[in-house]
Design a protein around this ligand. Structure first.
Ligand SMILES: Cc1cc2nc3c(=O)[nH]c(=O)nc-3n(C[C@H](O)[C@H](O)[C@H](O)COP(=O)(O)OP(=O)(O)OC[C@H]3O[C@@H](n4cnc5c(N)ncnc54)[C@H](O)[C@@H]3O)c2cc1C
Length: 662
């Protein structure tokens, strides 16, 4: 399918835009002031043309909210799940919904819209620039954890890889929460209802019947893919990893293929904001979205013997005025796996002993809040690209690469193709580390305890990127490179998220305890061995310079012992940005925070809906499950009758049913 250009062929605008990108990427040619000036104009023009409508109807001044207004539902955080919730709940014109989002509109940020731009947002003001506690099993290093601070949340800054996990992951969820509503056979409806896939003649193997056609999130194969990644797929098939026509078809997620992306035909990012907060949705009189509004506390009241959430306190800045908003029915916290448990604890909902340390009055002693933190760790393996055709100019070193970047920007704006339409994570191979074909017993005699959700579920994912990078893209290699990464999908290590202080503006203390389970290290070592084998399989050796002896490269790792590779894992491990399970949906007796309808135990009128609620981390990428949880949760909210005022769901009301079929 030929791409629809982002703009009509307005070459002059494209040149300015290219300079804008160059300026934003930090190029400083001699006439840097001129370049930056032009960049500013270009950004302005681009903003006007591309983002027309973004920001309209968003409220920046909380004082503009009518003082006596009460809302049926207040959503804390307009991120991945928050936008879905708000759009769906406000479909009913009788339900008044207020969204409070700490950041700005993601649609208004150029680097969020261009698929390749997201890592350039890191360390900037539109991202929470968080660091973990020192990781004792990973050379005591603190790890950078960026989280999106804008509408769309992390879906506005992520790598746009659209893969949803393995079917058995959700059957395990249902088993943990003792509610079949979360099983694969029930949830799969939400998975297809959310997506919009249009048959693509270039990908005839994708079975149309398995795909959603009318959902708000456009998915497809619209990203640019490098030749190296195409060779990676062939090499995987040649060593016995089966080709998967569609990772999300429900037949299981094992196999190798190019990965679908949340990128539309005009080659722009599809976030939950762009998918769900359309102009039509934002124009609803019963939906109010306040941006740059940080919720500092959930307000609760005693009603008889019960505690009820009645609203929230929020502010625009640490020293700014505190505002309050009241919720007649519910407060739904969707601030993500880091900030949701922080907000709960700041509000007195969490482990009583921990809250006492900060003199926070205990509203509900819930030891599970902030416990069970789990993340997908990843280790990158670097190779030299002997064709010298990687898109390293997207972070230009010197004037020649800056000129190439201008060319790429023109190409992107006029044709939708080229380096700027790349999402980095181009392909994926989902495998099991006990697969005898890939890890024969003779060579891999040790048995590693199974951590998968079922016999057809993977425990590692290999994915390729068109070039190597370090420190989340901040450090690029001087030569042309190619990288293959191993991500541990089902780690056994569990960590915690705790408060650092009672100040809502301080970051919480995140300790994922990476690699504390020895099995996690062993699996990643197997993943590295598999990557090295793939790198030597045709056709990759024709593309990679496997003889280059540079210490920056990993071709020679084969000779290393498992112990040495384990050390490399400890030195290199980073996040794949998927923290989950800090307000788990599970029985209270086993540390759960919410029930299967996402209601916080012991507090009426309070739910959580985001990556925090995952009973276990899925063996895949997490955006979809956040949106899906929102759809599922939503059916509960929709089943309530607003005329009931403070009433909340009865235990039998509002089971997870397919809301789109309403
Ligand atoms: C760099 C990166 C790459 C990733 N790549 C992929 C990928 O390719 N595919 C994939 O499926 N997943 C990917 N993920 C993971 C995925 O994006 C997240 O798991 C998912 O988006 C989380 O959604 P959420 O709703 O839980 O939270 P978020 O999307 O983080 O939403 C939380 C929202 O709450 C707001 N907020 C926080 N605190 C407050 C407060 N006190 N008051 C008001 N608002 C607040 C935030 O600003 C944010 O908008 C990636 C993540 C990152 C960061």
């Amino acid at each position: 399918m030929s791409p629809r250009p982002l703009l009509s062929r307005q070459t002059s605008l494209a040149v300015l835009a290219a300079l804008a990108v160059a300026g934003l990427a930090g190029v400083r040619p001699q006439s840097s002031r001129k370049v930056l000036g032009l960049s500013a104009i270009a950004v302005g023009l681009l903003m006007r043309q591309i983002f027309a409508g973004a920001g309209r109807k968003l409220i920046t001044d909380p004082a503009a909210l009518p003082k006596s207004e009460e809302y049926d539902i207040i959503i804390v955080g307009g991120g991945t799940a928050g936008c879905v919730l708000a759009a769906r709940l406000s479909e009913d014109p009788t339900v008044k919904v207020l969204v409070l989002e700490a950041g700005v509109s993601g649609k208004s940020l150029l680097l969020s819209r261009i698929p390749v731009g997201f890592s350039l947002l890191f360390h900037g003001k539109h991202v929470y620039n968080l660091y973990t506690e020192p990781q004792t099993n990973a050379e005591n290093k603190k790890k950078y954890w960026p989280r999106g601070k804008m509408l769309g949340g992390c879906s506005s800054i992520n790598a746009q890889m659209a893969q949803y996990g393995a079917p058995a992951d959700f059957d395990q969820w249902a088993e943990i929460v003792q509610d079949d509503a979360w099983s694969w056979k029930n949830l799969r409806r939400y998975f297809t209802k959310f997506e919009k896939f249009i048959d693509d003649p270039d990908f005839p193997d994708v079975k149309s019947a398995n795909k959603g056609k009318g959902g708000p999130m456009r998915i497809g194969y619209h990203s640019t893919v490098s030749e190296g990644s195409k060779d990676f797929i062939k090499a995987c098939i040649n060593i016995g990893i089966p080709y998967s026509p569609d990772f999300n078809a429900g037949l299981g997620t094992r196999g190798v293929n190019r990965i679908m992306t949340y990128i539309d035909e005009s080659r722009t990012r599809v976030s939950s904001e762009s998918g769900y907060f359309t102009d039509e949705v934002l124009a609803r009189p019963n939906l109010k979205v306040v941006i740059q509004a940080q919720v500092t506390k959930i307000l609760t009241e005693k009603v008889g013997n019960e505690v009820k959430a009645t609203g929230v306190e929020f502010a625009k800045s640490q020293d700014g005025k505190r505002f309050t908003a009241r919720a007649k029915r519910e407060v739904i916290v969707s601030a993500g796996a880091v900030h949701t448990p922080q907000i709960l604890m700041l509000s007195g909902i969490g482990p009583a002993e921990h809250l006492a340390k900060f003199n926070i009055p205990v509203v509900q002693d819930l030891p599970g809040v902030g416990s069970h933190l789990v993340d997908h760790p990843v280790v990158d393996i670097y190779f030299k690209n002997k064709h010298n055709d990687s898109p390293k100019h997207i972070k230009p070193h010197g004037p020649i690469e800056a000129i190439k970047l201008v060319g790429s920007a023109i190409q992107y704006l006029t044709t939708g193709r080229g380096a700027l339409a790349n999402n980095f994570g181009e392909t994926a191979a989902f495998v099991r580390t006990d697969d005898p074909k890939l890890f024969p017993k003779a060579k891999f005699p040790a048995t590693i305890a199974d951590s998968t959700s079922g016999p057809e579920s993977p425990d590692i994912e290999l994915f390729s990127t068109p070039m190597a990078y370090k420190e989340h893209g901040a450090v690029m290699f001087p030569m042309h490179t190619f990288a293959i990464h191993v991500c541990l999908l089902r780690p056994l290590s569990r960590g915690t998220l705790r408060l650092n202080s009672a100040n809502p503006w301080d970051a919480p203390a995140m300790d994922p305890k990476y690699l504390s389970a020895p099995e996690d290290v062993a699996r990643l070592v197997r993943g590295i061995r598999l990557i090295l084998r793939i790198s030597k399989e045709a056709p990759l050796p024709a593309r990679l310079d496997l003889a280059d002896a540079s210490p920056m490269l990993d071709n020679a790792l084969d000779a290393q012992s498992d112990a040495a590779l384990a050390n490399l894992v400890r030195a290199r491990v980073e996040t794949l940005y998927h923290p989950t399970s800090t307000a788990r949906m599970a029985p209270r007796a086993v540390g759960g925070v919410v029930d299967s309808k996402l209601r916080v135990y012991g507090v009426r009128g309070l739910r959580v809906c985001d990556a925090s609620i995952f009973p276990e981390i899925v063996s895949g990428h997490t955006v979809r499950c956040c949106c899906c949880s929102a759809c599922c949760e939503l059916s509960v909210g929709k089943s309530q009758n607003t005329s009931q005022g403070n009433q909340i769901a009865s235990p039998t009301a509002g089971h997870c049913k397919p809301v789109y079929d309403d």
